[in-house]
Write a protein that binds this ligand. Structure first.
Ligand SMILES: *Cc1c(COP(=O)(O)O)cnc(C)c1O
Length: 361
């Protein structure tokens, strides 16, 4: 496929072509087993090999210490919005939430069903165009945990620091996991829906400090209990087998391409190509404050809906797909996940410049 378009979708996002080709070649007969991965018993030896391979690759790529357990769960990041308070509120009854956009707002709203939630910051009045500084966080003394969203997929912002908290640090890393190294030891819990930067939709990765297991509320559904899932090595019920297989292929691809440090270098390179074109432009605006800019999701607009639409339609004709912004923000958004080739960012930057010349002509 020489002329594969560049897909800037925010999620489900682009996957490496070589991974898709491998999946295709193994589709009907995985490694001579005579079965597709979709047809295997999740307790059979073939699938257990796939499962253990994906899990150990994730542990080694992210350097996950023995203090932490990896869980493969379902229900997306959205199920975690409930699982987190159900499992972690414990006796404390309250938790801190930083609201920096849509998903962190939704996570706080869901958590309110289960306990007292302190909103430690909410920059809605600034259209979520930046991340709060550490001195703007009203951190409580007695919270069970502090929840934040590392990369705000819709607003195109990202935390450039790890907040210092008195309580357990919990982070939604859905749209940035595998894009850079993480100091896992700093976190009590990390979760990420796989469909942004890792695998197809249907799998959620949870990394939890083992010392936090076992404090769930009695009403916690067993599929949402981290303790139950850890005891059963994520096989309490049928796991999302195909997604775990795909994750394994993607992790192998990340390894072959230099690991998460190399991914971080590449993401900086991609995003700076696009931001540079936007910063030099007279008709496009990138509204996010520079220190809060996301490398994964680049948000921009012209300020004129018709012109934005013209840009989006023209992009599609050039094979630059899904650059339309989220309905909450309008304008454009280019998601630059791991599997986006550098050439995709270059092509987008070229189009930004050419569009401007055409419109000014
Ligand atoms: C997409 C996304 C979610 C929601 O994920 P689902 O898997 O659809 O539930 C939550 N948080 C972030 C940061 C996201 O990008």
């Amino acid at each position: 496929m020489e002329n594969r378009p560049y897909n800037f979708s925010a999620g489900p996002g682009v996957l490496p072509l070589s991974v898709l080709e491998t999946a295709k070649s193994e589709m009907t007969n995985w490694h001579g087993s005579g079965m597709s991965v979709m047809e295997m018993s999740h307790r059979g030896k073939e699938f257990l090999e796939i499962f253990n391979d994906a899990k150990s690759r994730l542990i080694s790529l992210l350097n996950i210490p023995d203090t932490h357990e990896v869980l493969f769960m379902q229900g997306g990041a959205t199920a975690q919005f409930a699982s987190v308070p159900l499992n972690l509120l414990g006796d404390k009854k309250s938790a801190d939430y930083a609201v920096t956009g849509n998903f962190s707002g939704l996570s706080a709203k869901e958590a309110k069903k289960y306990g007292e939630i302190n909103i430690v910051a909410d920059l809605k009045s600034e259209n979520y165009n930046r991340i709060p500084r550490s001195d703007e966080l009203n951190i409580s003394e007695n919270a069970a945990y502090f929840h934040y969203c590392a990369n705000n997929t819709i607003y195109g912002t990202a935390w450039d620091y790890i907040p210092e908290t008195k309580s357990v640090l919990v982070c939604d890393m859905s749209s940035e996991m595998l894009s850079k190294p993480i100091d896992v030891s700093k976190y009590g819990l990390i979760y990420a829906g796989a469909q942004k930067n890792m695998a197809p939709a249907g799998l959620t990765i949870v990394i939890i400090d083992k010392s936090l297991l076992g404090h769930e509320m009695p009403i916690t559904p067993q599929v949402m209990s981290y303790k139950k899932m850890a005891e059963k090595d994520s096989m309490l019920n049928t796991p999302p087998c195909w997604c775990i297989y795909m994750l394994g292929l993607v992790l192998k691809w990340v390894e072959e391409n230099g690991g998460v440090s190399a991914m971080e270098k590449l993401k900086r390179e991609r995003s700076s190509i696009v931001y540079k074109a936007l910063d030099e432009s007279k008709i496009f605006t990138a509204p996010v404050e520079k220190s809060s800019r996301s490398d994964m999701n680049v948000r921009f607009y012209t300020g004129n809906d018709d012109l934005d639409k013209k840009f989006i339609d023209g992009a599609k004709m050039r094979g630059l797909l899904s650059v339309k912004g989220h309905r909450l923000t309008g304008g454009m958004r280019a998601s630059l996940y791991n599997a986006m080739p550098i050439e995709g960012a270059i092509k987008l930057a070229e189009y930004i410049k050419e569009f401007e010349v055409e419109e000014n002509a």
